[in-house]
Design a binder for this molecule. Structure first.
Ligand SMILES: NC(=O)c1ccc[n+]([C@@H]2O[C@H](COP(=O)([O-])OP(=O)(O)OC[C@H]3O[C@@H](n4cnc5c(N)ncnc54)[C@H](O)[C@@H]3O)[C@@H](O)[C@H]2O)c1
Length: 255
């Protein structure tokens, strides 16, 4: 493995599971010191231990906890070089706009969008001080495309992540801080499995649109995270990096 992240410090929210866990492993394998931040203490601790990193229990919707996460990182390792703002939820009660209640709407906005505002705010402050940093915000291909199998608050939250990321990338470009959105297609993680186990028709309706004919594995998204975290992506900022098996480019897919 090329060690592109030697001596870099990476904070990963939602690092206990799925894309975050695979990214913790990949960034550590490339030499980074990894801080796993997750609301789930058991999963987060296990993830951090498996990569020789630090676990911080955080609810990413709580500003004080988010501020403390980045301060603890700086106090422990001296810097924040990479912030992978990835924690998110996709609950079954977020569905069609006609049936989704305000409570489900707000919960998804808080965890998926307000969290990215808080994490970007408290990471970028430290990065600007050192004139260096890479922020990666997890959006989704649904920020770019409409789905008839609706999750209305989720989609709106990811659209917000995309627009906020573009603005931050432009604002901080000349201060050495790059900010990019990562937009995965459907990925084989607990989040997706939970949703589709309850509704196989929903899974089949989605799969037919993926030109590569399958869902992504978390490791394939982690490879993109490592690229965006490293200096190999040094001329990229304010971008929407789609890793979607070709969905967003497709009209008719192969049989
Ligand atoms: N799986 C997919 O198909 C897919 C596709 C596109 C985008 N995404 C996005 O990728 C990101 C990761 O998704 P995943 O599939 O790996 O999910 P996952 O459910 O496997 O992992 C999410 C992690 O986030 C943590 N988390 C949830 N709420 C939190 C909170 N309030 N504070 C701190 N941590 C919290 C969970 O404990 C969990 O460890 C999410 O933002 C998701 O929207 C996923």
């Amino acid at each position: 493995m090329v060690e592109r992240l030697q001596d870099r410090v990476a904070v990963i929210t939602g690092g206990g599971s799925g894309i975050g866990l695979a990214s913790a492993r990949r960034l550590a394998a490339e030499g980074a010191k990894v801080v796993v931040a997750d609301v789930d203490a058991e999963a987060g601790k296990a993830a951090a231990e498996s990569v020789g990193g630090l676990f911080v229990q955080v609810d990413v919707t709580d500003e004080e906890q988010v501020r403390a996460l980045f301060q603890t990182t700086v106090d422990t390792y001296g810097a924040v070089d990479v912030a992978f703002n990835n924690a998110g939820i996709s609950p079954p009660d977020d569905d069609s706009i006609l049936t989704t209640g305000i409570e489900a709407w707000r919960r998804v906005q808080e965890v998926n969008l307000t969290s990215v505002y808080l994490c970007s705010k408290h990471a970028i402050g430290h990065m600007v001080e050192r004139g260096r940093g890479s922020v990666i915000n997890t959006a989704s291909f649904v920020a770019t495309m409409g789905a008839a199998t609706s999750q209305i608050s989720y989609t709106a939250s990811k659209g917000g992540v995309l627009a906020m990321t573009r603005e931050l990338g432009v604002q901080f470009a000349r201060q050495g801080v790059r900010v990019n959105a990562l937009s995965p297609g459907p990925v084989n993680t607990p989040l997706l499995r939970e949703l589709f186990a309850k509704d196989p028709e929903r899974a089949a309706r989605r799969l037919v649109h993926v030109p590569l004919g399958r869902f992504a594995e978390p490791e394939e998204i982690a490879a993109a995270v490592a690229f965006l975290a490293s200096d190999d992506s040094s001329f990229m900022t304010a971008s929407n990096f789609l890793v979607d098996g070709g969905i967003s480019g497709a009209y008719v897919t192969p049989l």
